[in-house]
Design a protein around this ligand. Sequence first.
Ligand code: ADP
Ligand code: MG
Length: 367
Amino acid sequence: MAKITLSNLAHSYLPDPAGEEDYALKELDHVWEDGKAYALLGASGCGKSTLLNIISGLLHPSRGRILFNDHDVTDQPTAARNIAQVFQFPVVYDTMSVRENLAFPLKNRGAATSYVHDRVQAIAQMIGMEHELDRKARGLTADAKQKISLGRGMVREDVNAILFDEPLTVIDPHMKWELRTQLKSLHQDFGHTMIYVTHDQTEALTFADQVVVMHDGRVVQMGTPEELFQRPAHTFVGYFIGSPGMNLLDAKIDGRRGYVDGIEIDLGAAYGAPVGRVQIGIRPEFVHLTDAADGLPVNIRRVEDVGRHRIVRADFFGTEINIVVPEDKPIGADMNRLALDPAGINVYVNDWRLAPEAAPGPVGEAA
Ligand code: ADP
Ligand code: MG
């Protein structure tokens, strides 16, 4: 198992990249700690597979270095890196049985027969194929073949890391949940460094200790699910995570007061006088419907009941604002204004979160 360090890494698929826009992966410095479970989350085309393939050695980066436990592996081939990688679509040997497929990575490394037998048995149970071990892979469904690929990725205990690239795409929905739970318990039992690529926030948030969010070739935030929810570092994180995502309102800011279309809002902390595109970000869970005269006036477009709560879709002078209303809270006919809870407010300048100024400490005490 290994700590993986990416140092000044960048990649372009073009032979002569000019500007930043020519890079599928913009310059990146990042450490994946030994034994942690990470999710790499982002929309299709943002560079997730590019990054994963650079770590595994399928792709040589245009710039930068990759270190495993401080040992430079940038110029080493995949085989020498001792990594297991599972892809979006199954990679199995059709003429081999399920058992032979699962055993392959172990036999390849000369593992003892009894160990191979036990390990294959354990993995087969994990992927729910213990009764199909002697069937040939040919003729199995895509779903079953992908389970074999997953099993092959997990069978070796001595790998530096296991990389999963959207491995549950072809798996049917109820099995998805089951396999994700298995992957998580595998991580708890063996403590491999795992990187799990997905475009699905639910998958990312349930699987990982740390979620790494990518957008447009860049890592925009790494954090726990709570951090991504409470303090999105970039407007993309706010919008991409959460259902619905974070609301954004163009604003002017003066200290701890914000102004949205001239209406004053208490920000809960001071932010100085930022310049650029200044926005207040607030998740729908922190916006409350009110009839108080000092609230933001809105037109309520629609109320959707999603079971656990209701989602109110409102319009504030052309900007859509979503509000989450708990099931037990009535929505009065005269509640057409919004109160923003300062605890849920974040301020963004040109899409990046601005840290609030430190609150002044009590006079006479050391900071
Ligand atoms: P993701 O896995 O997040 O969907 P990728 O890493 O596959 O994203 O792709 C990132 C960007 O690089 C995309 O714009 C994609 O079109 C481009 N790209 C990916 N693979 C290649 C390739 N082999 N040659 C040229 N461009 C590529
Ligand atoms: Mg991909």
